[in-house]
Design a protein around this ligand. Structure first.
Ligand code: SF4
Length: 109
């Protein structure tokens, strides 16, 4: 990470989504050790569960947004670069710490 304003440990924007099928496992993830209870399969595809608008591996305690599965995080997470176009897009869409995802729909920004 070159820009310190993109602090992945206090942001978490890319780990939030209202889409329950946001994070799909890919063939490269076959050797990773993600807890089976954190996954579900639908129509032949495996996904990481999202609860409360965020990935179940995201720890939001103590004002942090830390991945508790960092060493075994899926390929899609590994490909996500801090400060990239996708990162900035997620921050705009989801807000820091998922503030926009966690806010009830129809609440003014
Ligand atoms: S596995 Fe980790 S990096 Fe990937 S979405 Fe979940 S909390 Fe974020």
């Amino acid at each position: 990470m070159s820009d310190p304003s993109f602090d992945c440990v206090s942001c978490g924007a890319c780990c939030f989504s209202r889409n329950p099928r946001y994070l799909q496992l890919l063939p490269w993830d076959a050797s990773r050790s993600l807890p089976p209870e954190s996954l579900f399969t639908e129509s032949g595809c495996t996904y990481v569960k999202f609860e409360g608008g965020h990935c179940v591996h995201l720890d939001l305690s103590n004002g942090k947004a830390a991945c508790q599965a960092y060493e075994d995080r899926p390929e899609a997470c590994r490909a996500f670069r801090a400060g990239s176009f996708e990162c900035v897009k997620a921050r705009r869409a989801n807000g820091i710490m998922g503030e926009k995802v966690r806010r009830p729909v129809n609440t003014p920004a």
